[in-house]
Design a protein around this ligand. Structure first.
Ligand SMILES: NC(=O)c1ccc[n+]([C@@H]2O[C@H](COP(=O)([O-])OP(=O)(O)OC[C@H]3O[C@@H](n4cnc5c(N)ncnc54)[C@H](OP(=O)(O)O)[C@@H]3O)[C@@H](O)[C@H]2O)c1
Length: 410
């Protein structure tokens, strides 16, 4: 098996088959097949309209002449409830097209957002977008296992790409996406919204300014309890569409925070994953992943993430001179942050909701002014490499030594 840069197939096999893998062998006795669990298709397929989706009262208009037109690929929960309603706040980005496997939904959403009928695409006729000059960039907001395929299609159509996190489910897929961007001479940005969110930006500044002294321990928790569902009903529970566990979708915020709060890359990683017995939700993936990262300075990060425990979204940095606590740390809205260096100070650096338009305008500026993107494909690749090391450590029950670029040593 390839270890350094496993292909998607390797990664899937690596947790699927072997009874020798410690966390699978010790924690789970039945496979999805044995549990009679139906698996989802690994391709873009339209889904029903989510309930209670907010729609604009009047279609929002582009605010500038050089506003960047985005095609939204995948009209799911996050696109419809968070990103699309926030385009109205962008100064240089607007919705120019939608791409969906549910034409009826495409018409309802398209009409509400002022998307002309001939700019409402399906997965089948997506390639025609290449001829559509109204579309400059494609926003991929599909299940994570489809990110690489649709990013490559968007670059083949000559468009720039904003791709949701995680960038993809293996480093090999990420490398292909970066190569496709280079070949197309187009921008690739990963939608890491916390790099545009005032609480997280302030936390980064505080850590660089030694506000808690020398950092000793970073602790992150990203948890929620997935409702009763099978992988076919919830792609996040499917290895092919969601990855190997909660790390890719939610725990990735802990991985990211550990790096941008410490300002370091780990030199070693040790991890544990847990898959409960005979639970159809976890017929394919881990329910819990716990990681210890050691940084060159001696600081450690303890990351925990789960799809089966009560909600938490928290980051705590403990240094020699104080503690920074963020809870919720990376929410869409309502983030909270306290700096305690003897007396506790509540910090309110701004409105978290600016993060959505912030990332749209950033990509628009990068395209129009030809500047580098802050959350690049290389950053997405780095994080996927770290997640591969985490799962490998859990699978092989060993400490993984890391290179500064996030690749594994040896
Ligand atoms: N940055 C963040 O804070 C954040 C938050 C949540 C999610 N996300 C990311 O956004 C992406 C989408 O997440 P989501 O929560 O919006 O998911 P979702 O509600 O399940 O929506 C996914 C959409 O993708 C399309 N789709 C195409 N093929 C599909 C398939 N085989 N199975 C399921 N859906 C399929 C469907 O749109 P159509 O019906 O229009 O075809 C579906 O509605 C993921 O990469 C996720 O990690 C990011």
């Amino acid at each position: 098996m390839v270890i350094a840069t496993p292909s998607r197939r390797d990664v899937l096999q690596f947790t699927a088959g072997a009874g020798a893998l410690p966390w699978l062998a010790a924690c789970a006795s039945a496979t999805g097949d044995e549990l009679g669990v139906e698996m989802p298709e690994l391709r873009a397929v339209g889904q029903p309209m989510p309930q209670g989706v907010p729609l604009p009262e009047t279609p929002p208009l582009a605010k500038s002449e050089d506003s960047v037109g985005f095609a939204i690929v995948g009209l799911g929960d996050y696109a419809l409830r968070q990103m699309m309603p926030r385009f109205v706040n962008a100064r240089r980005a607007h919705i120019a097209a939608v791409v969906t496997g549910n034409a009826e939904k495409g018409d309802i959403i398209g009409a509400a957002y002022g998307v002309p009928e001939d700019a409402r695409y399906s997965y089948e006729n997506f390639a025609e977008i290449a001829e559509d000059d109204r579309v400059d960039a494609v926003y991929i907001v599909l299940p994570s296992g489809l990110h690489m395929e649709w990013t490559e299609k968007a670059f083949a159509a000559g468009k720039h790409v904003l791709c949701e996190k995680p960038m993809a489910l293996s480093s090999a897929e990420c490398e292909r996406m970066i190569a496709a961007a280079e070949q197309a001479h187009r921008k690739l940005m990963i939608a890491y919204r916390c790099h545009f969110e005032p609480f997280n930006l302030r936390a980064m500044e505080l850590m660089r300014a030694q506000a808690v002294g020398d950092i000793r321990v970073i602790r992150t928790d990203q948890h929620y309890r997935a409702g009763p569902a099978t992988p076919a009903q919830n792609w996040r529970l499917s290895r092919a569409l969601g990855g190997q566990g909660p790390l890719e979708d939610y725990g990735i915020y802990g991985v990211q925070s550990a790096l941008y709060l410490s300002g370091e890359m780990p030199e070693s990683i040790v991890a544990r994953a847990y898959r409960p017995k005979d639970d159809p939700r976890f017929s394919e993936i881990a329910a819990y992943v716990g990681t210890l990262m050691q940084f060159p300075s001696g600081a450690v990060a303890q990351l925990s993430t789960s799809y089966d425990s009560a909600g938490s979204n928290r980051a705590v940095v403990r240094g020699t001179g104080g503690t920074l606590t963020m809870s919720p740390a990376t929410s869409y809205t309502g983030n909270r942050m306290t700096l305690d260096t003897g007396t506790a100070e509540i910090l309110e650096p701004g409105d978290p909701t600016v993060q959505f338009a912030g990332q749209l305008d950033h990509l628009a500026d990068a395209i129009r002014d030809d500047i580098a993107v802050r959350t690049s494909g290389e950053m997405g690749l780095r994080d996927v490499r770290l997640m591969e090391a985490i799962y490998l450590s859990a699978a092989e029950d060993r400490i993984i030594s890391m290179n500064p670029d996030g690749t594994m040593k040896g």
